[in-house]
Design a binder for this molecule. Structure first.
Ligand SMILES: Nc1ncnc2c1ncn2[C@@H]1O[C@H](COP(=O)(O)OP(=O)(O)OP(=O)(O)O)[C@@H](O)[C@H]1O
Ligand SMILES: [Mg+2]
Length: 503
């Protein structure tokens, strides 16, 4: 691979670069608040996009969305460019896809409960071991009796059913304590109050939609709007981890590709590791280790390097350490630990330098050659090319209106319900409901069609390859209709809707 495919991160005595061949060996960006982590994340995301690698990242504070806008000249950024001799510093724009679990500031991301599995659903509900046993029974029952387990309503119906049939089911699945079922039901209410009902349902996220590349070959940067989600930190962390497991489960084995298929940035990663039960920590460690050969690089971003357990930290090859403060003994310990993770540089007192680093300056050690960490270097991080900071609602709406995915996920599809199957009905109701007037697309003339979307009009179907898997709202309606008790009526509605979309 030519040297100019290297991703320029900043300048020490030499150029500090991320080698695309080693970008799937994961990374870690750490540093105290305000030291430049988000800007570094933006620099790496832009660099990956330029060479055609799609990126997924969460915008926790709303200050990463600027990446969707062309950069504006600003004195500190121009000064940094000059300082490091970046003579061809250009302001650029990148292809962006906004996602939002609440469907307000981006495409909704949904999953079925069944696809999440009992371990992750138990973490979302924050239940104890005994209650997790109940969740396991619900999953087994749904499987054995072919009951749909799509959304929270289905989960509730199944929990009620398990409670009512406690004695009967105990013979098959083990003891079912009604008190434990009640506790899970109460946790379900909490999850609903956090807005959890939005996340479950269909159409479920197709992870190929994260892998898009635009017409000029740039990788899409998928930005998950996470400011609202962060009000429920556990939900945020577990949902992001579920996304990782989805990627792991659905992507093919690749070995070591010349560049990654996707790089995934996990901001505020401490939330994932804090108070996670051992079973989840083991899963995180395992997914991080194995996802590499699927061409996915995971970059954890957090304030303190000690936030990341050793078993995970040991797998993070590309490292950027911004400044840390060291007033308390605990902080001093973190500084020493951070210093020790680097391959020593005889010319650098790593522990001292960590405390001296300025904003946008970092200790950097990237993997080189066959995958060994380079000697740690004190580095000035390059300025980003897109805008730094927040964007306006109008700017966001313009990005959303131009999205090639417009119309694919906005409409919630509703198929067969667990409640109706359990009540003895052979099939449930089918309908397609709008997600409500508060959505960003509600204001786009009321039409969920794609005005001038780059490849929105390609009627590509199925799961073949990256890029062209667009499912229109009309198809969603038709799919739901195919499962309906009165398929004919709904198919007609689907056809009418399709005709209406065509204008
Ligand atoms: N490479 C850089 N070049 C020039 N300025 C920078 C650079 N990195 C950071 N800055 C400046 O520092 C500010 C804070 O950086 P940033 O938002 O990345 O910090 P952070 O570590 O993410 O903070 P927090 O923990 O609060 O999220 C930026 O808004 C920018 O003005
Ligand atoms: Mg930040």
């Amino acid at each position: 691979m030519a040297a100019n495919d290297m991703i320029f991160i900043g300048k020490s005595g030499k150029d500090e670069v991320l080698d695309p061949r080693l970008a799937n060996r994961h990374g870690l960006i750490t540093g105290a608040t305000g030291t430049g982590k988000t800007v570094t994340l933006q620099v790496i995301a832009e660099g990956l996009s330029r060479i055609g690698v799609p990126v997924f990242c969460a915008d926790v504070k709303g200050d990463l969305s600027g990446i969707s806008q062309i950069g504006v000249p600003s004195p500190p950024l121009e000064a940094r460019a000059q300082q490091i001799g970046l003579t061809d510093y250009k302001h650029e724009q990148f292809p962006i896809m906004f996602w939002d679990l609440f469907g307000e500031a981006g495409h909704p991301i949904r999953a079925t409960i069944k696809s999440m599995g009992p371990l992750i659903v138990s973490r979302l509900l924050d239940v104890n071991d005994v209650q997790e046993g109940i969740i396991n029974i619900v999953f087994r029952l749904a499987e054995d009796e072919k009951i749909p387990l799509i959304d929270l309503e289905d989960l509730r119906a199944l929990l009620n059913n398990v409670s009512n049939r406690a004695d009967e089911l105990a013979g098959k699945y083990g003891n079912v304590a009604k008190a434990s079922v009640g506790a899970v039901q109460r946790q379900l209410l909490v999850l609903e109050q956090q807005g959890g009902a939005n996340f479950f349902g269909e159409p479920a996220l197709d992870i190929n939609d994260f892998m898009k590349v635009d017409a000029s070959g740039r990788g899409y940067i998928n930005v998950l709007m996470a400011d609202k989600l962060m009000q429920s930190p556990r939900l945020y962390a577990v949902f992001l981890f579920w996304l990782m497991t989805e990627l792991f489960a659905k992507m093919p084995e690749l070995g070591d590709p010349p560049k990654p298929k996707l790089c995934f940035f996990f901001d505020e990663a401490h939330l994932l590791f804090d108070q996670s039960p051992q079973a989840l920590l083991e899963r995180i460690e395992q997914v991080t280790r194995l996802i590499r050969s699927k061409g996915v690089g995971i970059y954890y971003v957090t304030q303190n390097p000690l936030d990341v357990p050793d078993t995970v930290s040991g797998q993070l090859g590309n490292r950027v350490q911004h400044a840390l403060r060291a007033y308390t003994p605990k902080e001093q310990k973190a500084v020493r630990a951070a210093a020790e993770t680097f391959r020593p540089n005889p010319n650098l007192d790593t522990a001292r330098v960590i405390m001296e680093l300025g904003v946008g300056e970092a200790l950097v050690s990237m993997l080189e050659g066959s995958g060994t960490p380079e000697m740690v270097e004190r580095t000035l991080i390059r300025p980003p090319s897109a805008r730094v900071g927040a964007i306006t609602d109008a700017e966001r709406n313009a990005v959303l209106a131009a999205s090639p995915l417009l119309g694919k996920y906005e409409q919630r599809a509703q198929g067969q319900k667990a409640a109706s199957v359990l009540a003895g009905g052979a099939s449930g109701t089918a309908e397609a409901n709008a997600t409500g007037g508060g959505s960003w697309w509600g204001g786009l003339g009321g039409s969920p069609s794609a005005p001038g979307a780059p490849y929105g009009s390609q009627p590509a179907r199925g799961r073949s390859g990256y890029g062209g898997n667009r499912q229109s709202t009309a198809e969603v309606v038709e799919k739901a209709a195919a499962r309906a008790a009165v398929p004919f009526l709904f198919r007609m509605m689907g056809q009418m809707f399709r005709a209406w979309l065509r204008g």
